[in-house]
Design a protein around this ligand. Structure first.
Ligand code: PLP
Length: 457
């Protein structure tokens, strides 16, 4: 006899406690019923404007019919074959599209299921390349602090966050870090350019300190994500970093998990600095725009061929090159190109930053607005004159996102590395956003800060 009740269960309105998720998050987790364009709705019918594209992933907006159709069509044909033995038209098409959009020198694409896996792929390909080309001593991967490269152990080892190093250091090999060229709080005696120059010099100093023949790669986010709040360095930083890597035979890896796939107005953020292109790129989020888990490593023939000739890349996953995810990726990138969403990201990014800067001028707690295209961050401070951050107990960035959520605006916030480097939220709506929708976004944000600032007075 079945022990299951025949009574229908009541519809859940929020998370029940049977599921858990990373970070502190907001106090209650609304249950989402459906989504369309830049909006989603919860099971009570409340509408939210997706002001950060989820975790800066939903680049083409929600409920895109063409993507849904492509998903269903592929699912009906077949959803899975093992990539080491078979391929699919969708997988081949997606790899070709990514390599073409990435441009000359980015010949090969290795598909995975997300950002951390894409990062792991770049680290392992770099290492295997070094070994098969007779440089087995090269094993150190330099990275920046602050920085974020993912949650798996290899990605965590290059993530610049002292709290994570302390927690997980004993079960991984924490890699050496150099300072990221933060632009808002500059050390005494530096301006924006001289500090960025100093940070690039730190790369050379660290390579020499480690022993130049032991350094395998340098990994960085060309436009920062949550760890730095959309940090963009002066142009000279990128070319200097590229030259230093070349001087010492160190591979340059760009983490474009968040900033890639059109988010900054170009397919790769690297395209903003064509004289400083990286050797390897990790990409994810916007590749599938949240319609399925998907990530990619993009690599040149000169590296891949050596590794393949040596007997094959010692790396892979059950879902590498998954046909269903690939078909979704093809449909998402087709939208990105056919709807000229990169052009829209450039245009709307300029308008959004103008409006955010106007709000900053009126606000007592917005210290900085920065970014490129539709990858922007708004830094929250206790004191604009001193740039002092709020004490941890205030939980300012969480509170701001909580107020926003109650008003019907989703914003993704972060107190980076326990507040050592500041706190902000990502102003990164879907790339389909229109100017009237930006006005609505600004109305909700203005009200959010009005409430927040009245609470702390
Ligand atoms: N790298 C960057 C810059 C990211 O922003 C993220 C995720 O936010 C990752 C890597 C990890 O990606 P995932 O969460 O898909 O594993």
């Amino acid at each position: 006899m079945s022990t299951q009740s025949t009574q229908p269960k009541p519809v859940q309105k929020e998370s029940s406690g049977g599921a858990f998720y990373a970070g502190r998050g907001v106090t209650k987790t609304p249950m989402i019923s459906h989504a369309k364009g830049i909006f989603f709705w919860d099971t009570d019918g409340k509408r939210y404007l997706d002001g950060s594209s989820g975790a800066v992933a939903a680049n083409i907006g929600h409920g895109n019919e063409r993507v849904c159709d492509a998903m269903i069509e592929q699912a009906k044909r077949f959803s899975y074959v093992v990539r080491t033995a078979f391929t699919s038209e969708a997988t081949e098409t997606l790899c070709r599209m990514i390599s073409e959009l990435a441009g000359p020198g980015f010949d090969q694409t290795f598909l995975v299921s997300g950002g951390s896996e894409a990062i792991e792929s770049t680290l392992k390909l770099a290492r295997q390349y070094a070994v098969v080309t007779g440089q087995p001593k090269r094993s150190k991967i330099l990275a920046r602090i602050p920085g974020y490269h993912g949650s798996t152990l290899g990605a965590a080892a290059v993530t610049g966050d002292p709290d994570r190093d302390q927690m997980f250091g004993p079960i991984m090999r924490v890699m050496p870090k150099i300072p990221a060229p933060l632009s808002y709080r500059l050390p005494e005696g530096y301006d924006l350019h001289s500090y960025a120059d100093h940070c690039a010099d730190e790369l050379e100093r660290q390579i020499l300190a480690e022993g130049e023949d032991t350094v395998l790669a340098f990994i960085m986010e060309p436009v920062g994500g949550v760890a730095t709040g959309a940090l963009v360095a002066p142009n000279s930083y990128y070319s200097k970093v590229r030259k230093i890597c070349d001087r010492y035979g160190v591979l340059l890896i760009f983490d474009e998990v968040m900033c890639g796939a059109g988010r900054t107005g170009t397919f790769l953020a690297a395209h903003h600095w064509p004289d400083a292109l990286p050797d390897l790129v990790a990409c994810a989020k916007g590749l599938s725009a949240g319609y399925t888990p998907l990530g990619a490593m993009i690599a040149p023939n000169r590296i891949v061929d050596k590794v393949v000739e040596s007997g094959g890349f010692l790396h892979g996953h059950t879902y590498s090159g998954n046909p269903l995810s690939s078909a979704i990726g093809v449909a998402v990138l087709s939208e990105l190109v056919n709807q000229n969403l990169m052009g829209n990201a450039q245009r709307m990014g300029v308008i959004l930053r103008q409006k955010l800067n106007a709000l900053k001028d009126r606000s007592t707690t917005i210290g900085d607005v920065r970014g490129i295209g539709l990858l922007n961050a708004v830094e929250i401070v206790e004191d604009k004159a001193t740039k002092a951050i709020f004490p941890a107990a205030r939980q300012a960035s969480y509170r701001v996102s909580e107020i926003a959520r109650d008003l019907g605006l989703h914003i993704y916030s972060r107190r980076a590395a326990g507040g050592k480097f500041g706190e902000w939220f990502m102003a990164a709506p879907p790339l389909i956003i229109t100017e009237p929708e930006i006005d609505l976004y600004m109305e909700l944000l203005t009200e959010t800060f009005r409430i927040f600032e009245s609470e702390i007075r």
